[in-house]
Design a protein around this ligand. Structure first.
Ligand SMILES: [Zn+2]
Length: 126
């Protein structure tokens, strides 16, 4: 109960709202409104607490895809992840050698892996 108070309060709130709806159906209005209001209060209180489960901003920022070779589908495979928040960074996973390259800015028009010198893509010619 104490490990993730936020989730428990939200869960409690949902259960109370469900009960409130149930009592409304059975026409026990007084009880329904009491439990329903308690449920909403618990829910709001739960939402206001900081979640212990949420990833910290730092953890999101420092997240990197794991290194590892991508399956060979008959052509050069790669994976590009671009951050949504500033600073904008592109993380490129090279399929042939599985190395990760991090560079600032969005996905470049052409990229050659520094580790194995394979051209992963080149859109400049198109
Ligand atoms: Zn490579």
């Amino acid at each position: 109960m104490s490990r993730n108070p936020r989730e428990n309060f939200i869960l409690g709130g949902f259960i109370c709202i469900a009960f409130g709806a149930f009592f409304t159906l059975t026409e026990v209005y007084t009880l329904a409104s009491t439990v329903g209001v308690l449920g909403v209060a618990l829910f709001i209180f739960g939402m206001s607490l900081r979640s212990n489960l949420a990833m910290s901003e730092e953890a999101v920022r420092s997240w990197r895809p794991g290194e590892g070779q991508l399956p060979d589908a008959g052509r050069v495979m790669y994976r590009v992840d671009v951050t949504i928040d500033e600073p904008i960074e592109s993380t490129i996973v090279c399929g042939p050698c599985g190395k990760v390259t991090v560079r600032s800015g969005t996905k470049p028009t052409a990229f050659t892996c520094h580790h194995c010198n394979i051209v992963l893509w080149n859109h400049e010619e198109e």
